[in-house]
Design a binder for this molecule. Structure first.
Ligand SMILES: [Zn+2]
Length: 205
C-alpha cells in the first residue's frame, strides 16, 4: 500500500506520533528547503532529543545515514536509514521570533520554527521552554577551522529525502523552516509520510 503523503505548507509545522520501528520519510519536494525536527519519548516527554548527546555518542557533527539521534537520557530515539542529500545541521536552535529581531533587526511578527513547533506541540502538553535544539534536516551550516559559522542555502534538490526509524514510541514535531537565510531566500513546503511496521498477528489455533 502506498503511504499517504502529508504536506507541511511553507512556514508551518506538524506534530504526530510514531510507534517503535515505524519509518518516517521527510521529503524536500522543491529543493532548497530546511525542515526542523524535534523528538520526544511518547511515554515521558521529559525525555527528548539531545544535540549534545547525539554529537557526543556519534562522534560527529554532521549526522547522516547510519547515525542515531539520542535523547537527553542517553537512549536512541531515531536511526537515520537513508539520506539522499547528506547535509543536515544539529548545532543551531530552531529559528524563533527573537532570531529575526536579534540577527536581522526584523520588526514585527515573523513566522518561525519555534513558534510552529510550539503551536503543534501544545495540544500534547509541551510548552515552548520544553522544546530542545532541533535536528535541522537539509540545513547547510558550514564552519571554518576557527569555528566561525556560515548559514548557506541547502544543497538539497527536488525530491531529496531522509528516512528515520523510530527506536521507541515517539512524538515528533516537524516544520517547513521560516528563516530567509536558511532556505536560500524562498519558502517552500515539506512533505512527509509514515510507514508502520506490520504487527505480529496471533493466529487462532
Ligand atoms: Zn526555522
Amino acid at each position: 500500500m502506498t503511504p499517504t503523503i502529508n504536506i507541511i505548507h511553507k512556514q508551518s509545522g506538524a506534530a504526530f506520533m510514531l510507534k517503535k520501528n515505524d519509518i518516517l520519510t521527510v521529503i524536500d519536494p522543491m529543493g532548497g528547503q530546511v525542515s526542523d525536527m524535534v523528538v520526544f519519548n511518547a511515554e515521558d516527554y521529559k525525555e527528548k532529543l539531545s544535540s549534545g548527546k547525539s554529537l557526543d555518542f556519534e562522534e560527529c557533527i554532521l549526522l547522516t545515514k547510519g547515525h542515531f539521534l539520542w535523547s537527553n537520557r542517553s537512549q536512541k530515539l531515531m536511526k537515520i536509514l537513508e539520506d539522499t542529500n547528506g547535509r543536515n545541521d544539529f548545532l543551531l536552535a530552531p529559528c524563533s521570533p527573537e532570531t529575526f529581531k536579534i540577527m536581522y533587526n526584523y520588526e514585527g511578527e515573523h513566522p518561525s520554527c519555534l513558534g510552529n513547533l510550539q503551536h503543534h506541540l501544545q495540544p500534547y502538553g509541551i510548552e515552548v521552554d520544553d522544546i530542545p535544539t532541533a535536528f535541522n534536516i537539509f540545513m547547510n551550516v558550514q564552519f571554518d577551522s576557527d569555528g566561525q559559522l556560515f548559514v548557506k542555502p541547502p544543497t538539497s534538490k527536488a525530491g531529496d529525502y531522509i528516512q528515520f526509524q523510530a527506536q521507541m514510541d515517539v512524538l515528533v514535531g516537524l516544520t517547513a523552516c521560516s528563516a530567509e537565510d536558511s532556505n536560500g531566500g524562498t519558502f517552500k513546503p515539506i512533505h512527509y509520510y509514515i510507514e508502520t511496521q506490520p504487527k505480529h498477528i496471533k493466529r487462532p489455533r
